[in-house]
Design a binder for this molecule. Structure first.
Ligand code: FAS
Ligand code: PHB
Length: 394
C-alpha cells in the first residue's frame, strides 16, 4: 500500500541548497516537501564549510534566518596570503568598497534553517529511505520514498535535486543527456577542528615547500585548520602531535605563534572540480553539489549552492505567479555563468597555493611570481577580493 502526497515542489536533500530553497519558496507562498535520508542531528552536526559570502549573509538576513548568524558570526574584511615566511593582507574592505565575509559554520546555518522551516510548518522529512524520482521528463513528476516502514509517493509539479554529489537525482537523468567536466586534484586536505583560540584575526592561506595550509576558525575559541596531504591519506597515520608539528612548520613566520589545543575532529577531504551541463532536464532542476563541486580553496561550495537555489526560487515564483516559464527555461544557463566563474576562481586559488607532484622548478617560480603579483598589484588583489567576497548575483 502506498501513501500518496501532493505538493508543488518536491526537494531531495536537506543541505544548504534544499533548505534555503524550501524556505524561499515558503516566503513566496509556494509549498514544498523536503526528503532527507540522514537524521536532523547528523545534518546539523556535520562539519563542513565555514565562510559565507556577503550575498549569502544578505540573503539569509532577508529570509529572516540571520539572527544568530549576526550575533555569533565573525565578520572579516580581509585574508592573509603567507609565503616565504611573510604575510600579505588582501584588504577586502578597501578593494571591494566595504564588502566582507562572515565566518559562520554551515551546520549552524542548517540549524537556523531547520528551525525556521519547523516554525513555519515546513515539511522536512528526515531519515527517509529508498528515495527515487520518476516521470520528471513530463509534467507530473513524482518522488517515492520509504519512512517508518511505509511507502510514500509525492506528486509534484517540479523536483529540485539538492542531494549533493553522491545523491540520486543527477544519476537519474537518462544517459546521453548530461556532459560532465571533471578535474580531480593530486592532493587532498586534512582538516581539524581544535579547541584553541584562532592564532590570527583573519584567515591565513599559506604556500610552503611542504605544501599548502589554511588557518580558519569557527568561534573565538574554536580553530579550523587544514593542511595539504595525499588524496588518499590515511588519517590514522596522523596523530595529533604530527598534525600540530606539520602546521607549525608550514605557518612559521617571524614573531608569530600557532596556538595548539585539543583536536575535536579530524578528517581528509578529496579535491575536485566538477560540473554537469545542463543543470535541468524536464521538470527536474539540479542545484548545489548535485550539479557541481569546487575545491574548497576558494570557500565557494556552500555559497554557490545557495546562489543556484536563489535563481531557481525566483524562476518558480515567476511561474506560479504568472504561468511564465521563461526563467525556468533559462535556469541552467543562468546558473552556469556563475558556476564557471566560481570554478575558475577556485581552480586558480588551488593552483596558486598547492604543491603539485608533477611540478618542475619553472612551475614553482611561476607560483611565487603569481603570489608576488597578487600581493603587490592593486588590480590583481582587487580581482581576488571581488571573487572571494562573492560576485554580484545576476
Ligand atoms: P550537501 O551535500 O550539503 O547536501 C545534500 C543533502 O542531500 C545531504 O544532507 C545528504 O544527506 C542528502 N542526500 C544525499 N543523497 C540523498 C538521497 N538519496 N535521498 C535523500 N537525501 C539525500 N564548502 C566550502 O565552501 N568550504 C569548505 O570548507 C567546505 N568543506 C567541505 C568538507 C567536506 C567533507 C565536504 C563533503 C564538502 C565541503 N564543502 C565546503 C562543500 C560543501 O559545503 C558543499 O558545497 C555544500 O554542502 C553544498 O550544499 P548542497 O548542494 O546542499 O549539498
Ligand atoms: C573553513 O573555515 O572551513 C574554510 C575557510 C576557507 C576555505 C575553506 C574552508 O577556503
Amino acid at each position: 500500500m502506498q501513501i500518496s502526497q501532493r505538493t508543488q515542489v518536491g526537494i531531495v536533500g536537506a543541505g544548504p541548497a534544499g533548505l534555503v530553497l524550501s524556505h524561499l519558496l515558503h516566503l513566496h507562498g509556494i509549498e514544498s516537501i523536503v526528503v532527507e535520508n540522514r537524521s536532523r542531528q547528523y545534518v546539523e552536526e556535520r562539519v563542513r564549510a565555514g565562510v559565507l559570502e556577503q550575498g549569502t549573509v544578505n540573503l539569509l538576513t532577508e529570509m529572516g534566518v540571520g539572527e544568530r548568524m549576526k550575533a555569533e558570526g565573525l565578520v572579516h574584511y580581509g585574508i592573509e596570503l603567507r609565503f616565504g615566511g611573510r604575510g600579505h593582507r588582501i584588504d577586502f574592505h578597501e578593494l571591494t568598497g566595504g564588502k566582507g565575509i562572515t565566518i559562520y559554520a554551515q551546520n549552524e546555518v542548517l540549524r537556523d534553517l531547520n528551525n525556521a522551516r519547523i516554525a513555519t510548518g515546513g515539511q522536512v522529512l528526515f531519515e527517509v529511505e529508498n528515495v527515487s524520482i520518476h516521470d520528471f521528463d513530463d509534467t507530473r513528476p513524482k518522488i517515492r520514498y520509504r519512512k517508518d516502514g511505509a511507502d510514500y509517493e509525492v506528486s509534484c509539479d517540479f523536483i529540485a535535486g539538492c542531494d549533493g554529489f553522491h545523491g540520486i537525482c543527477r544519476p537519474s537523468i537518462p544517459a546521453g543527456v548530461l556532459t560532465e567536466y571533471d578535474r580531480v586534484y593530486p592532493f587532498g586536505w586534512l582538516g581539524i577542528l581544535a579547541e584553541a583560540p584562532p592564532s590570527a584575526e583573519e584567515l591565513v592561506y599559506t604556500y610552503h615547500d611542504r605544501g599548502f595550509a589554511l588557518l580558519s576558525m569557527r568561534t573565538p575559541h574554536i580553530s579550523r585548520l587544514y593542511l595539504q596531504c595525499k588524496p588518499d591519506e590515511n588519517i590514522d597515520h596522523w596523530e595529533d602531535e604530527r598534525i600540530w608539528r606539520e602546521l607549525h612548520t608550514r605557518f612559521a613566520s617571524d614573531g608569530w605563534k600557532l596556538t595548539e589545543g585539543p583536536i575535536l575532529q579530524k578528517g581528509v577531504t578529496g579535491m575536485r572540480s566538477f560540473v554537469v551541463e545542463p543543470m535541468q532536464y524536464g521538470s527536474l532542476f539540479l542545484a548545489g553539489d548535485s550539479a557541481h563541486i569546487v575545491p574548497p580553496t576558494g570557500a565557494k561550495g556552500l555559497n554557490l549552492a545557495i546562489a543556484d537555489v536563489t535563481v531557481l526560487a525566483r524562476a518558480l515564483h515567476r511561474f506560479y505567479a504568472t504561468g511564465n516559464r521563461s526563467l525556468l527555461d533559462q535556469y541552467s544557463s543562468t546558473c552556469l555563468r556563475r558556476v564557471w566563474k566560481v570554478q575558475r576562481f577556485s581552480w586558480w586559488m588551488t593552483s596558486m597555493l598547492h604543491r603539485f607532484p608533477d611540478e618542475n622548478p619553472f612551475d614553482r617560480r611561476r607560483q611565487l611570481a603569481e603570489l608576488d603579483y597578487v600581493t603587490t598589484s592593486r588590480a590583481a588583489s582587487t580581482s581576488l577580493a571581488e571573487n572571494y567576497v562573492g560576485l554580484p548575483m545576476e
